[in-house]
Write a protein that binds this ligand. Structure first.
Ligand code: KG4
Ligand code: ZN
Length: 360
């Protein structure tokens, strides 16, 4: 039976997680929403031997797993397709093969059960997660730091996003992964670098702080990676723990500097301080979380870090974005997949910025 508040099945297959989730709106227009199920199958072990996500392997794994994951999500939510108000699916940005698997499946369910198809931008899922979890009102700032993206976004409202900052080269998660590789640590490198950094001294190496002090809000991490390589290849290299700690300290300084500037810009535009939301795999890093929290406290900003499982790729955020659009009555045109799809309509697609080497 349909509820008073829209209930949406979300499907996410844009990278290396196969995910499905059922989410329902609640009374408050700004959220939070009710997550009735949230199933995520990570392919990390399939890709680990290759040191990165392999598109072909990802697409096949999505194809094998997706039907079962959707079924589990519906069973756990105690919902049949007929009880739903819509199907939301990630149609970009991401790897084309995975996006095709997700959108074809969603199209089939929507056609057979006569349900609206909501084609969602993956980044919009991340951007609206704080409303699903914490019922945050607009406007706010989002720092998205994952293996594929590094952005500061102004979230004005549903469908109203401004990208204030991006990386001009490597994504931050990618920089962690490449640093780990240079130091002989396994993939994915972020958690490894964090663990080794806990044992190290961040003052041993003074790594560069790329673009520090510049007017731009953009970030750059490839120079940092090169500096790590130089240290690692010395005849008598510093201890791996110290390299990791010094690398993380440099990243912390770069993020703190850019966010401070973003806060200033926001306060000039709106005349008040608001909330900073963090999302993406790198947001799991406790050292960086501590640094960002301090920046917020010092600047009078509210710090919101959704639970880790909702910061990394998942389908609850896609279902929730569907709920938000459905409630606004937005009409969706099924434009097919969009492997490169900037969230901000006014910014150009930046080829080669913040995308994993193996990604589309
Ligand atoms: O959002 P995510 O799970 O997936 C995609 O990017 O698709 O992010 C994965 C990235 C990887 O680069 C990984 O090394 C990084 O997040 N990561 C971390 C930590 N945990 C995951 N980076 C730094 N510290 C961590 N604890
Ligand atoms: Zn993501």
């Amino acid at each position: 039976m349909k509820t008073e508040f829209p209930c949406v099945l979300g499907i996410e297959t844009s990278c290396d997680e196969t995910a499905a989730s059922v989410v329902r709106a609640t009374r408050n227009a700004d959220g939070p929403g009710a997550i009735l199920s949230n199933i995520v199958l990570s392919q990390i072990e399939d890709h680990a031997p290759f040191g990165g996500v392999v598109p072909e392997i990802a697409a096949r794994a999505h194809l094998e797993a997706l039907d079962g994951i959707i079924e589990s999500a519906c069973v756990e939510a105690e919902m049949g397709f007929g009880d739903l108000d819509g199907i939301a699916v990630t149609s970009g940005p991401g790897l084309a093969g995975g996006l095709i698997v997700g959108t074809m499946t969603a199209r089939a369910i929507s056609a057979v059960h006569n349900l609206p198809l909501l084609t969602i931008n993956h980044l919009e899922g991340h951007a609206l997660t704080a409303r699903l979890t914490d019922g945050v009102a607009f406007p706010y700032l989002l720092l998205l730091v994952s293996g594929g993206h590094t952005q500061i976004l102004l979230v004005r409202g549903v469908g109203e996003y401004e990208r204030w900052s991006t990386t001009i080269d490597d994504a931050l998660g990618e920089a962690f992964d490449k640093t780990a590789k240079l130091l002989g640590l396994p993939y994915p490198g972020g958690p490894q670098v964090e663990a080794r950094a806990r044992e190290g001294n961040e003052k041993v190496i003074q790594f560069p702080r790329p673009l520090a002090g510049r007017q731009t809000l953009d970030m750059s991490f490839s120079g940092l990676k090169t500096a790590v390589r130089t240290e690692a290849q010395r005849d008598e290299p510093p201890a791996v723990d110290d390299i990791c700690a010094s690398f993380q300290a440099a990243v912390g300084d770069v993020l703190a500097d850019r966010l401070q500037r973003a806060f200033d810009r926001f306060e000039i535009e709106f005349g008040f301080s608001a909330s900073l939301i963090v999302a993406g795999g790198v947001a799991a890093n406790n050292y960086l979380r501590g640094r960002l929290q301090t920046v917020c406290e010092q600047s009078g900003w509210r710090w919101i870090a959704p639970p880790h499982a909702l910061c990394t790729d998942n389908a609850a955020m896609i279902a929730w974005a569907g709920v938000e659009h459905l409630r606004l009555g937005g009409a969706f045109e099924d434009a097919g997949i969009r492997p490169r799809w900037p969230l901000d309509r006014d910014t150009s697609v930046q080829y080669g910025s913040g995308k994993k080497g193996a990604k589309a």
